[in-house]
Design a protein around this ligand. Structure first.
Ligand code: ATP
Ligand code: LTN
Length: 330
């Protein structure tokens, strides 16, 4: 039996953070042996909001280095940069002719980001989910591991796949999202009402490359809830529940064990334990990222091979799609 196809990606917009790790990368590492995986650095998605070209180039390498440092193994998966495989853009255009304005207007990520950018929000930000659908459908993907915030985009992808198949004949597999239960959405350290995000201020997140002192400071300064108990209750105690979730992922201890561990202790003790657990988790990852970036030749080789493998698959698929739609000449 061939393995099922899996696709996922992260935008190279800034330093990756523990939200990205818990919500995405950690799962990827576990999934890479079970599925036939493509892990993409989605730079075309990153430019839907303004990016500095020099920083973008660096962030592409940083993101790829993080993929490898957390344990993605190019023997088991294809790691590559989205813009180096132009078929993504072509398929996005073709799918955009099937997507309608109403369904794109309902996307909550667009609504949130458009609010921030107002009249200057780009058309690309609006059609972002169509490009994401193209990424997924280009490889006949069956499984898409993402955080909860991306669920709506995967739903749209399914709709577009079915619509295309109905109109032009069976062409695309209809993919499924794979969401992790605890920690699908890590919250910002300075505001548990919003998700941890690399596009916000640095007090909001812990980057995979943050030094131990920085991690300690950020956790000790993170907001807490009104009473003094360490209890998992995301409704009434969103800040502490968020730290418990992070602690759970860093140590492997379950929620009950964690509540018991801190039953008679205060926020100070709890926060120190969380900080030390994160430091222990990130120490080897940070060192590996630094090593890959110090001499990027190995990283470059892996990305070259990934690009070539992706190009071959993408070209086969796009030929089939052009043919189904009736584009060009025979
Ligand atoms: P940005 O804030 O720049 O838009 P981001 O930090 O949300 O970026 P993305 O590149 O959009 O990161 O997402 C990469 C992956 O990480 C996705 O699978 C997404 O669902 C997941 N992810 C992002 N933020 C979180 C979070 N706070 N908790 C859990 N998963 C997250
Ligand atoms: N939109 C995603 C990143 C992304 C993605 C994809 C994830 C772009 N293309 C395809 C899974 C599959 C995000 O996390 N913001």
């Amino acid at each position: 039996m061939p393995k099922s196809k899996l696709f996922s990606g992260i935008q190279p917009t800034n330093l990756l953070h523990i939200g990205n790790y818990i919500g995405a990368l950690k799962q990827w590492v576990e999934l890479q042996k079970k599925y036939d995986c493509m892990f993409c650095v989605v730079d075309l998605h990153a430019i839907t909001v303004p990016q500095d070209p020099k920083e973008l180039r660096q962030n592409i390498l940083n993101t790829a280095a993080a993929y490898l440092a957390v344990g993605l193994d190019p023997k088991h998966c294809t790691i590559y940069v989205q813009s180096e495989v132009p078929q993504h853009s072509e398929l996005a255009w073709l799918l955009s002719t099937l997507a309608n304005l109403g369904e794109l207007e309902r996307m909550t990520q667009f609504k949130d980001k458009a609010k921030k950018h107002g009249e200057r929000a780009s058309v690309g930000l609006f059609s972002y989910p169509v490009l994401m659908a193209a990424d997924i459908l280009l490889y006949d993907t069956q499984v898409v591991p993402v955080g909860e915030d991306q669920m709506q985009h995967v739903e749209l992808t399914r709709t577009l796949a079915r619509r295309f198949n109905t109109r032009y004949g069976d062409t695309f597999a209809v993919p499924q999202a794979l969401i992790q239960k605890v920690g699908a959405r890590i919250k910002a350290l300075d505001d548990p009402a919003i998700k941890m995000s690399k596009s916000e201020s640095s007090a909001n997140y812990i980057a995979l490359t943050d030094q131990p002192e920085v991690i300690r400071k950020k956790i000790m300064r993170s907001v807490t809830d009104s009473d003094k108990y360490i209890r998992f209750d995301p409704e009434k105690k969103p800040a502490i529940s968020n730290l418990i979730t992070i602690y759970h992922h860093a140590t492997g201890r379950n929620l009950k064990q964690i509540e018991q561990e801190f039953e008679n202790k205060g926020y100070g003790d709890f926060k120190s334990a969380v900080a030390e657990a994160i430091i222990a988790l990130l120490d080897p990852i940070r060192t590996k990222i630094e090593n890959y970036l110090r001499d990027p030749s190995e990283l470059q080789k892996i990305l070259d091979a990934g690009r070539d493998a992706a190009l071959e698959l993408a070209e086969q698929k796009i030929k089939q799609v052009r043919d189904r739609v009736g584009l060009g000449r025979k």
